[in-house]
Write a protein that binds this ligand. Structure first.
Ligand code: NAD
Length: 256
């Protein structure tokens, strides 16, 4: 599962959060050189930098930093994301645009900025360079009170497939896949649960949590490490024949 990770140069955004932090740790254990970014430099024991993924200039500066140090990028994990909970009637245009800016605009900005470095890797790396984009089960099916989030994650899913097809046609040897977690124990899910209660969708947090539990046939939420394992696999050459695919890691959520 980790073949080709030793010595690979891999960027993880949103690395201060639950899934990002677990992914950085798993990649480092497998011997990767990891660049970890978040709004504030994450404390991950690797090269950690501040980055707002909605800022094109920040992406250009980050690409220059990686180019100067390694001259290539083997893996790009677009993990940073936010999740809004609001009824459609109550969603402001500013909130909608913020949801799309962080979750969707970042996909285009990251691919554009990192493409030259990914192409350099693709020219030499067995299994090709790898882009891994965090979508969600909410990018496959909808959810009440999460129209903006589900719209953004559906866009991530089809951006990933389109990029996979485009880079394959251009013979860049860059694979692009999306990951679709179910409910995972992170700060994001804590905030979603609190928001369900705040908008009146559940009487209290225990009831809201039980409702989410019930959507997972395995009877529990996932742990960040269980998503990190899938991300490491997609970054490795063990997944060399996967591109344009959806890796669903959801305790059976979407199997119904
Ligand atoms: N936790 C879940 O249940 C779940 C389920 C499906 C998909 N996901 C997706 O997985 C990814 C990681 O989520 P998580 O659960 O670890 O959430 P998290 O809130 O723990 O971490 C997300 C990180 O993204 C960072 N971030 C937010 N806006 C940013 C910006 N503009 N620039 C840079 N960084 C920014 C945050 O600071 C945070 O550290 C997200 O894309 C999320 O949508 C999570």
């Amino acid at each position: 599962m980790t073949e080709g990770i030793e010595g690979a140069v891999i960027l993880v955004t949103g690395a201060g959060g639950g899934i990002g932090r677990a992914t950085v740790a798993a990649l480092m254990r497998a011997g990767a050189h990891v660049i970890a970014t978040d709004l504030a430099p994450p404390d991950t024991g690797t090269l950690s930098l501040a980055q707002d993924v909605t800022d094109p200039d920040g992406w250009a500066a980050l690409a220059a930093t990686i180019d100067a140090r390694w001259g290539r990028l083997d893996g790009l994990v677009n993990n940073a994301g936010i999740a809004m909970v609001a009824a459609i009637a109550d969603t402001s245009l500013a909130q909608w645009r913020q949801q799309m800016a962080v979750n969707v605009d970042s996909m285009l900005l990251s691919c554009q900025a990192m493409l030259p470095l990914l192409r350099t890797s693709g020219a030499h790396r067995p299994g090709g360079a790898s882009v891994v984009n965090l979508s969600s089960v909410g990018g496959i099916g909808g959810a009440p009170l999460m129209a903006a989030y589900c719209t953004s994650k559906g866009a991530v899913r089809l951006f990933s497939k389109s990029a996979a097809l485009e880079f394959a046609a251009l013979k860049y040897n860059i694979r692009v896949n999306s990951v679709h977690p179910g409910g995972i124990e992170t700060g994001m899910m804590d905030r979603i649960i609190a928001a369900y209660v705040a908008v009146g969708a559940a009487p209290d947090e225990a009831t809201a949590r039980a409702g989410v539990d019930a959507q997972h046939p395995l009877g529990r939420w996932g742990r960040p490490e269980e998503i990190a394992g899938g991300i490491v696999y997609l970054c490795s050459s063990a997944s060399s024949f996967m591109t344009g695919a959806e890796l669903v890691i959801d305790g059976g959520f979407t199997a119904h």
